[in-house]
Every structure is written in C-alpha cells, then in structure tokens.
Design a protein around this ligand. Structure first.
Ligand SMILES: *[C@@H]1O[C@H](CO)[C@@H](O)[C@H](O)[C@H]1NC(C)=O
Ligand SMILES: *[C@@H]1O[C@H](CO)[C@@H](O)[C@H](O)[C@H]1NC(C)=O
Ligand SMILES: *[C@@H]1O[C@H](CO)[C@@H](O)[C@H](O)[C@H]1NC(C)=O
Ligand SMILES: *[C@@H]1O[C@H](CO)[C@@H](O)[C@H](O)[C@H]1NC(C)=O
Length: 388
C-alpha cells in the first residue's frame, strides 16, 4: 500500500450501538454511541496521510445539542499549517470537501517536524477551547506520522508531555514502514494504550481509534473516581461508573438516601465481581479520613435483601438487580445470617481485606461508598460538574 492510498474512515456509522441493560449483572460500560461523541479533536496529519470523519457524529456546535464534536485539522512538514481551526467545520461534508485540499497544499518534503504540528494543535485548544462554553469538553489530538524527526527545539516529546499534563489525550497512528524506531518514539508521544499502527494485527485501526475517542469521552464528575481496570493506573481501561467513598457514618438506609442525593443516578456501589470489590477497597484506603485507626474497616455497599433475594441498589426509578445463584459472592464465613432481620450488606475488615457481612438496615452506622454513571456519549455533564 502506498502512502497516498492510506485512507482512513474515522467515525463511520455506528449501526445501533449496544445499549446497556441496567438489569443485567454486568458493570456499566462507557457509552459507545459515536453519534453522540462530545469532544474537541485536532487531527495532526503529515503530508499524504488523510483522515476523514464519516457520517454519524455531529460535527461543529449547535445551540440545541451539547453532544457535538469539533474537529481541527493541522498539516505539517517542516512547518505546521492550520488548515481548519476548531470552528470551521459544521458538518461531515465540510470535512470531506476540505481534507483533500488541505493535504494537497502540503508540499511533499522529506522533512516533517511533529513538534510543529503538536504546537499548532495546542494553540487551537488554548485559543478556541479554553474560556469558551466548551472548556470542559475532553480534548484529543490524533497524530498520524510516517517519520519521527526533530531534536532540541524540534523534539516533539516535551510538547506531547505538556499536552498530556493538561489532560489532553494523544492518539498516535504510526504509518509503519518497518521502522521499529518510529513505533517506539510514537509510543512515548501517545497517551498509554492509545498508540496504534496502520499495520496492526487486528486490522481494525478505525475501531481502535474510535475506541480511544469513546474512552476519552468517558470520565467522572468532580470528586468521583472512575472505575477502571487498575486503581493505580489512571490510563487503564475505563468503565461507565464512578465511585465516591463517604466518610460519614450512617445507617444503611440513610447511606442509600445520602447517595441518591449526591448526584444524578446515584446509588450505593455494586460489587458484581472481585475486581470491583478490590478497586473499591483501594479507593476506600486512599480516602483521607475514611479509615479510623484501631477500628475495623467497615463500609456499606448496595447489597440488600428484598423479596427473598439478595439484590443490589440501582439509580432511583430502576429495579434493583438480583444476585444470580452462580454469581461471585464474598460473604465472611457463616454469613449471611438471619437475612430477614439483617437485610443490608456492608464490607467489614477480614484478614488483609474486607468481605461481606449482613447487618440491620435501620440501625448501626458505617461509612459508605456511592456510585454513579460516568459522563459519556449517553450522558452529557455540564461545565459546573467537570474540572478542566
Ligand atoms: C518555517 O517557519 C520558520 C519560522 O517561521 C521560517 O523561518 C522557515 O522559513 C519556515 N520554513 C518553511 C520551509 O516554510
Ligand atoms: C503500544 O505501546 C505498548 C507499550 O505501552 C506496546 O506494547 C505496543 O506494542 C505498542 N503498540 C504499537 C502499535 O506500537
Ligand atoms: C489517592 O489520593 C490522593 C490524595 O487525595 C490523590 O491525589 C490520588 O490521585 C489518589 N490515587 C488514585 C490512584 O486515585
Ligand atoms: C442532574 O441533571 C440535571 C439535568 O441534566 C442537571 O441540571 C443537574 O445539575 C444535575 N446534577 C445534579 C447534582 O442534580
């Protein structure tokens, strides 16, 4: 395949994205509806590499729809050219019509300094995202590169690190021509996990980039910790739920009520699997003031006994989710005891970790852990709740 045949269809139609079923015994995934993506994206492309956004995603800004994506386009060789600022495109057709002209205008030199392209992207965000009603939209730079050049002032790495420090995700696509060094350098530029190549084994580059955009669009309101594969690695795979340990002792019933008032669709946390349990324990341990010295760790979770079943709390208006017979369970030995009287679930210090114990719902008090849905393509969160 020649360079100029490399043609990327980005954000192609998502025929009926999977809708999360809240009654299922599974963790809520991040929203995956590309038509509702809400991001500010700058594509930084070298000569000869085209990126094209295709139908579905709402491009530009709209007075009535918040979930739109703006796209800027930067080309670079020895210098960068901003072919489209973030306010230029208002439809996918605009992008189609423009992208070829933009690329045609880039003279095909062997010199390409990615640092200049990244700096142009940074300028667009500084001047067109900061201080605007889209300040809280997540920002992504998609970089296509077929060579890695530049040292000293032209080294792209410091620019990339600066962008990432400001919470901007960088997706890289290395146009691999058997140059192992390019892959290695691009991996340093990229947000961990967002380094891709056009010759990936999976052959699904578009899907990978879309996945990176959906993950970028999935985040938590201020003060909430996103549930992800690894507590210690903020770049690990994210789920569509957010957690908040609350260090104010309350009965289980008061805790449930307390959670429901913290945010929209908030409930006491679920622990469908051991990974979630361990993540919540790590979050609790990292919460200042939650742990009282010389007292066993104890915190309410959404587990409760209703109509003859153990079930999990859910957002107001949704039925609680029943625990299937073969589900993972974490009862302390000899629990549950007398479920009818002790119909609430909490985690209690047990060896080095914690495990479930059932307690009374209306008496006794413990700290608790709330959970809510993430901001993502299904749920727009406005500026007052999102740090930027
Ligand atoms: C790139 O920009 C610099 C500084 O603006 C300028 O001196 C140089 O001539 C430009 N190079 C090209 C190839 O346009
Ligand atoms: C991306 O980086 C990881 C290490 O973080 C590496 O294992 C993987 O091979 C890289 N992928 C590509 C396409 O370069
Ligand atoms: C643990 O808590 C500290 C202090 O609040 C915070 O800065 C840090 O991000 C937390 N760690 C994780 C992995 O969330
Ligand atoms: C909940 O959602 C509504 C409408 O989407 C919003 O106005 C409100 O500020 C949100 N947050 C809380 C904490 O209720």
């Amino acid at each position: 395949m020649k360079l100029n045949q490399f043609f990327l269809l980005l954000l192609s139609i998502q025929a009926g994205s999977a809708v999360y079923d809240p009654s299922s015994y599974t963790e809520r995934p991040c929203g995956d509806d590309l038509t509702n993506l809400w991001l500010d994206v700058v594509a930084v492309i070298a000569a000869n590499i085209a990126s094209v956004f295709s139908s579905g995603t709402k491009i530009g800004q709209s007075p009535t729809e918040q979930r739109t994506t703006r796209l800027g386009l930067v080309t670079y060789n020895s210098n960068a050219t901003t072919n489209a600022d973030l306010n230029k495109y208002n439809s996918l057709d605009d992008i189609y019509n423009d992208v070829y002209d933009a690329l045609g205008s880039v003279s095909d030199t062997t010199t390409s300094y990615l640092s200049t392209g990244l700096e142009a992207a940074e300028t667009l965000f500084n001047t067109q995202s900061d201080g605007t009603p889209r300040q809280h939209y997540k920002r992504v730079v998609i970089v296509y590169a077929s060579a890695y050049q530049g040292f000293g002032d032209l080294d792209p790495l410091p620019v990339a690190e600066r962008l990432r420090t400001f919470g901007i995700n960088i997706v890289t696509v290395a146009y691999d021509q058997g140059d192992g060094e390019l892959l290695e350098e691009m991996q340093k530029i990229a947000t961990p996990g967002f380094n891709f190549t056009n010759t990936d084994d999976t052959g699904n580059l578009v899907g990978q980039i879309q996945g990176a955009l959906l993950q970028s669009n999935c985040f938590c309101p201020n003060g909430w910790t996103q549930y992800r594969d690894s507590f210690s690695n903020e770049n690990s795979f994210r789920y569509g739920s957010c957690l908040q340990p609350v260090g104010i002792p309350a009965t289980w019933k008061a805790a449930q009520l307390g959670c429901s008032h913290r945010w929209n669709s908030t409930y006491l946390a679920t622990e469908f699997n051991p990974e979630k349990h361990d993540f919540i324990l790590a979050a609790v341990r990292n919460q200042t003031g939650f742990y009282k010295p010389n007292q066993p760790l104890a915190y309410h979770i959404g587990l409760n006994y209703a109509n003859g079943n153990w079930v999990w709390d859910q957002p107001a208006g949704l039925p609680q989710v029943s625990m299937p017979g073969d589900a993972w369970k974490n009862w302390i030995t000899s629990y549950p005891k007398n479920a009818a009287q002790n119909s609430a679930g909490q985690n209690l210090q047990n060896g080095f970790g914690t495990a479930w114990q059932n307690v009374a719902m209306y008496t006794g008090s413990s700290n608790y852990v709330c959970e809510t849905y993430s901001c993502d393509t299904d749920i727009y969160c406005d500026a007052s709740f999102v740090k930027h």
